[in-house]
Design a protein around this ligand. Structure first.
Ligand code: CTP
Ligand code: CA
Length: 227
């Protein structure tokens, strides 16, 4: 249910969220993508909306319904996502939850690539822009609080700490994407995260994605209370 949020603790804050995968076209029928359902990003968007924030959700292709009371901007590729994020600024907070494809095909074919006997197609890749890094290192109009996610399978805390530095963001939500009880994090309903902030690292218990979202939203409220 959508709570009437006028006057909520995040009233007056604009929060930009990226969610879902990106699709990088190979040709009109094929693409490169990452595994991501969008569930965690959408849950964060809803939790922040429920606390009074104005939310812009820049979403790659997912099977989820655009949430009520949120400006959802649907995009396909990383380049689209970057443009939509730039257009959505200024924002007080940016949270990059999207599983952005690290590479795209250098030259998308305008016609479907046909199978040829013998020859395998070779795809030349080029690197996509890093949207989190761009937001975190913006000279002008940097959101006050920039939060990234780091999906890791091992050495979660160490990898996430390195990522925080490299990206220049303020917080990192590191998630251990190792499957638990037969349920994968990617596409699953639960998440196990470590929150890294300048105050240190907090390990949160494995919980439904809605609960992780609520906890992160409450952390953001706390942050603005202190500042
Ligand atoms: N991210 C982004 N744009 C990209 C790649 C990543 O905005 N082109 C963001 C993700 O949304 C996430 C964070 O950066 O918040 C970390 O993404 P991740 O894939 O874990 O980091 P990478 O720097 O791409 O490192 P790697 O995939 O090699 O672990
Ligand atoms: Ca990546």
């Amino acid at each position: 249910p959508v709570t009437k949020a006028a006057g909520g603790p995040l009233h007056g804050k604009h929060i930009l969220i990226t969610a879902g995968p990106t699709h990088e076209a190979i040709d009109p029928v094929r693409y490169i993508a990452n595994r991501s359902s969008g569930k965690q990003g959408y849950a964060i968007a809803e939790a922040l909306r429920d606390r009074g924030a104005r939310v812009t959700l820049v979403s790659g292709p997912t099977s989820l319904t655009p949430p009520e009371g949120i400006t959802t901007v649907p995009v396909q590729s990383a380049l689209d996502m970057q443009a939509a994020c730039t257009a959505a600024l200024p924002a007080d907070v940016a949270i990059c939850v999207a599983a952005v494809a690290d590479w795209r095909v250098a030259a998308t074919e305008s016609q479907k690539i046909k199978k040829q006997t013998g020859d395998l197609p070779v795809l030349e890749l080029t690197e996509n822009p890093d949207i989190l890094k761009m937001l975190a290192q913006a000279d002008l109009g940097r959101p006050e609080l920039v939060v990234g996610f780091a999906a890791e399978t091992e050495n979660v805390a160490a990898h996430a700490q390195a990522k925080l530095k490299r990206k220049g963001c303020d917080w990192i939500v590191a998630n251990d994407v190792t499957a638990r009880d037969g349920e994968s994090v990617m596409g699953g309903d639960h998440n196990q995260v470590t929150l890294l902030t300048p105050d240190g690292a907090e390990d949160w218990n494995r919980a439904p994605k809605e609960q992780v979202a609520a906890r992160l939203a409450d952390k953001i409220i706390e942050y603005f209370k202190k500042s």
